[in-house]
Design a protein around this ligand. Structure first.
Ligand code: MN3
Length: 206
């Protein structure tokens, strides 16, 4: 049987206060050390139980654990992407994409501004907790805006995640209160387009 590996909380690529004024240090610290860490811990616990059930051939228990694996595994995957697609304003955050990604955004959404508007509308309108995504559809070779509930990873919709925005209340409420639209609008100031372009280039190349 394969050796069980446990998942680790990845390092944050910047300080808690680095994304201010768009995202406060208080939100960042709680989001990273409590929420993301919680998904990692709970994923490892669920996987441990899963492997235990596997060794006992307890299929019912293996099935019962799938929701916890999906939720916490999705949370780990999503947040691991989220930290890297953001950057401090002074260190590459904001602006616009370049190269092939910029071209495909123009082709699929008619303009960068139209993409931004459509993305913000869809993401702001998510009911309850979830994520707004720009994803790449490999089969049709096109970009799509998609929304996911809870921590469902974008791969469940057959898309490769290019950039995503967490709209769980824990991601913005301490700073933006109930006005999710302001948070979604503000986050464009810290999108790390250079890294997002790398994600896109990898998605179209593989
Ligand atoms: Mn979150």
């Amino acid at each position: 049987m394969a050796e069980q590996t446990s998942y680790q909380l990845p390092d944050l690529p910047y300080d808690y206060k680095a994304l201010e004024p768009v995202i406060s240090a208080e939100i960042m610290e709680l989001h990273y050390t409590k929420h993301h860490k919680g998904y990692v811990t709970n994923l490892n616990t669920a996987l441990e139980k899963y492997h235990e059930a596997e060794t006992k051939n307890d299929v019912a228990q293996m099935i019962a654990l799938q929701q916890a694996i999906k939720f916490n595994g999705g949370g780990h995957i999503n947040h691991s992407i989220f930290w890297t697609i953001l950057a401090p304003i002074a260190k590459g955050g904001g602006g616009m994409p370049k190269g092939e990604l910029a071209k495909m955004i123009e082709r699929d959404f008619s303009s960068f501004d139209a993409f931004k508007e459509k993305f913000n509308a869809a993401t702001t309108a998510i009911q309850g907790s979830g994520w707004g995504w720009l994803g790449y559809n490999k089969g049709q070779k096109r970009l799509e805006i998609a929304i996911c509930s809870n921590q469902d990873p974008l791969s469940t919709q057959g898309l490769v995640p290019i950039l995503g925005v967490d709209v769980w209340e824990h991601a913005y409420y301490l700073q933006y209160k109930n006005v999710r639209a302001d948070y979604v609008k503000a986050i464009w100031q810290i999108f790390h387009w250079k890294h997002i372009e790398e994600r896109f280039n990898k998605a179209i190349g593989s």
